[in-house]
Design a protein around this ligand. Structure first.
Ligand code: FAD
Length: 305
């Protein structure tokens, strides 16, 4: 019973690739993170159905990752298996007012596809990185909308239960949180779309992208907003108000462009980022009384997170 045995069995049986000691810095938008003991691409539903029992039998922990655009992976890496959804989970189709997409689809591609086809429903998501799976877990969104508003159904694979269909109306959708987190592996979602003249949404989408470019440090690796906005407030403004904008810790820096972004200026470690996160939380709490809660997810072992 070991990671090595699991790796040998998975390599022999999966269609998808199984990589040992894969640097997670290659798979996160922060460009930070130590090695995962195993990185498995599940190309098919069959791969998924084979992999989970093997990992269970070998006692290997696992987690599913999308594009790693909301993740900080520890410098020591992850001791288990990182599962990534491949080929069969990257398909999409439009049928009768629904856009059905595999959880591995890149949200930005679907936004573009919806726009090209004159479909209203995902235009608020322009500029948000990541996959449909990640967007559903995070209830990804902006001031203009969020994914939970358009979800009709979600298909999950729940270990021990199998395939489970959940209706969007039965999921608790909160600001950057959804009731789907921790329920299983999201495989697919159907989202409501309606026909529209693309020219009617084009200006709005272009404005959103322009605003993003002007207000966010787009050119440097990051994981987007580090903290959730407190009710009625702005995490970025609070951090700026306590004078921390631009502060550095090793290769990590509180962005001088947007104080709720921590950027990797080159060679930043997860420990650097965590030190900045802790320093922000302590100073903002002591000077304003506000508790800032991380929006980003942590993977692996962290002393202080
Ligand atoms: C520059 C930048 C700007 C951003 N702007 C925004 C924004 O405007 N709004 C916003 O909401 N977010 C924003 N984000 C954050 C991020 O892009 C979103 O949260 C995105 O939805 C995460 O998707 P992902 O595929 O990268 O998920 P990951 O980071 O890979 O994973 C996020 C979580 O989802 C889980 N997960 C992923 N896929 C599955 C699956 N198939 N089944 C079960 N669990 C799964 C992971 O285990 C993890 O817990 C931004 C990030 C960056 C880097």
């Amino acid at each position: 019973m070991s990671v090595a045995d699991a790796r040998t069995r998975l390599t022999a049986q999966l269609v998808g690739e199984v990589r040992p000691a894969e640097s997670m810095a290659r798979h996160t938008t922060f460009r930070i993170g130590g090695p995962a003991a195993m990185y498995c691409v599940l190309e098919t539903v069959h791969d998924l159905a084979l992999a989970l029992p093997i990992l269970e039998e070998e006692g290997v922990e696992w987690t599913v990752v999308g594009k790693g655009s909301d993740l900080l992976v520890s410098d020591e890496g992850y001791p288990g298996a990182i599962l990534v959804l491949g080929r069969e989970f990257k398909r999409h189709a439009v049928e009768g007012g629904l856009l059905r997409a595999g959880a591995g689809c890149v949200l930005a591609h679907l936004v573009q596809e919806a726009f090209n086809r004159g479909l209203l429903g995902l235009e608020w998501a322009v500029g948000i990185p990541g996959t449909i799976g990640g967007a559903l877990v995070m209830n990804a969104g902006t001031g203009e909308g969020w994914i939970g508003q358009v979800v009709d159904t979600v298909t999950l694979y729940v270990p021990g239960e199998g395939f489970v269909l959940v209706h969007g109306r039965d999921v608790a959708w909160e600001y950057r949180r959804s009731g789907l987190a921790g329920r299983g592996i999201i495989l697919e979602a159907s989202m409501r779309v309606s026909e529209i003249d693309p020219l009617r949404i084009r200006a709005r989408m272009e404005r959103s992208l322009k605003d993003r470019k002007a207000t966010q440090p787009i050119g440097l690796p990051s994981a987007g907003s580090v903290f959730m906005n407190p009710p009625g407030g702005s995490a970025g403004k609070l951090i700026e108000s306590v004078g921390m904008k631009g502060l550095r810790e090793g290769g990590a820096r509180i962005s001088p462009v947007h104080a709720n972004f921590i950027v990797n200026e080159g060679g930043a470690s997860a420990a650097d980022v965590v030190r900045l996160i802790r320093a922000i939380q302590v100073r903002v709490k002591s000077e304003t009384g506000t508790d800032l809660r991380p929006e980003i997810k942590f993977l692996g072992h962290f002393e202080e997170a």
